[in-house]
Design a protein around this ligand. Sequence first.
Ligand SMILES: NC(=O)c1ccc[n+]([C@@H]2O[C@H](COP(=O)([O-])OP(=O)(O)OC[C@H]3O[C@@H](n4cnc5c(N)ncnc54)[C@H](O)[C@@H]3O)[C@@H](O)[C@H]2O)c1
Length: 379
Amino acid sequence: MVGYRFMGRAHSNAWRQAPRFFPLKAHVEMHTICGRDANAVQAARSQLGWQNSSTDWREIIENPLIDIVDINTPNDSHCEIAVAAVQNGKHVLCEKPLALSVKQAQTMFNAAQKSKVVHMVCHNYRRIPAIALAKKMITEGAVGRIFHYRARYAQDWLVDPDFPLNWRLDKKIAGAGANGDINTHIIDLARYLVGEFTRVCGLMHTFIPERPINEAAATIPSVFSKTPRKMGKVTVDDTSIFLGTFENGAMANLEATRMALGRKNHIEIEINGSQGSLYFDFEDMNRLKFFDNNNPPDRQGFRDILVTQRNGVHPYVSQWWPPGHILGYEHTFVHTVADFVNACVDHKPVHPTFEDGLKNQRVLEAVEESAKAGKWVKV
Ligand SMILES: NC(=O)c1ccc[n+]([C@@H]2O[C@H](COP(=O)([O-])OP(=O)(O)OC[C@H]3O[C@@H](n4cnc5c(N)ncnc54)[C@H](O)[C@@H]3O)[C@@H](O)[C@H]2O)c1
């Protein structure tokens, strides 16, 4: 594993838990964790349960004992690490967004295909049981022909103008702001649940273009100090909104923002079709709401499905707890890792692949191009 902070912790937990709860086709050993600071990575190694630590990711990709490389670094290093890893025959799980640009994503997909390894992007929200159930219901025709996909991913950590610059606000490292960081997730869910985008019309804005420079600031809002500091430029969007159309004729409206007070990690999705509607809210992630137009008119209404039934009734749930004993954020990563390990053993593609990451990046880039030009752009 490369990177040991937010995602490094979430993924380490997943690597530890997946073999304990899921019937994996391979034995998992957490061999080496990598970061740039020797003391910090050593501390992370011990806390997160890894056997070894390293300050050079090249040691990982060159180690013949290692089969899988899990990339949890900021976006500007995904391409270099992933390409080197697949060229060394490693299967790669890479955090989102796959890359900084379509060009980089294409390079990564080509390299992974050429090396015939298994590759996956960590869009973990696909593996929320309620989302996996929504996919199953759509595939079975429960909502009929889809007319609308409406999604909002809202956070509020940038509303405070004193929140300092960090790598997520620097285009050279992050590639984009809300667009690449969180729009990418609801674009992925759109592609998973509805289909491919054909064109988009975007609007992006940076409400607070300068912020204090504070080298020591962590990514967590509560730890920054309020003393006067030097200011630096924010080079990415705070908010990215777009309209779109899908190949199957459905229409999309998506909104990604870090400027919505009170919204911490709010992911809301509504899909409306000819037979019914689905509604999901991440803050109530064990539930899926379903309106079935085939119900008798006197008892129609959104039905509340608690997605915790075992024995194969609801996706992923059988491996966990009795009905009603709910799951959380961390389980989405455990499901991702479990599916990834089994795909590596079977040598089969596992969604979302680097090709999905590439298609996602095309949408992100089209939204950015459209927002700049003030017109519709084909994907
Ligand atoms: N799937 C999700 O929902 C989700 C959520 C948050 C972040 N992410 C993605 O995960 C990735 C990491 O984000 P984060 O929030 O964990 O960031 P973070 O800042 O918390 O951690 C980044 C880690 O990468 C390490 N690092 C940076 N450059 C390195 C290098 N050259 N070699 C080795 N280690 C290096 C840092 O030391 C740190 O441990 C990003 O691509 C981000 O977009 C995904």
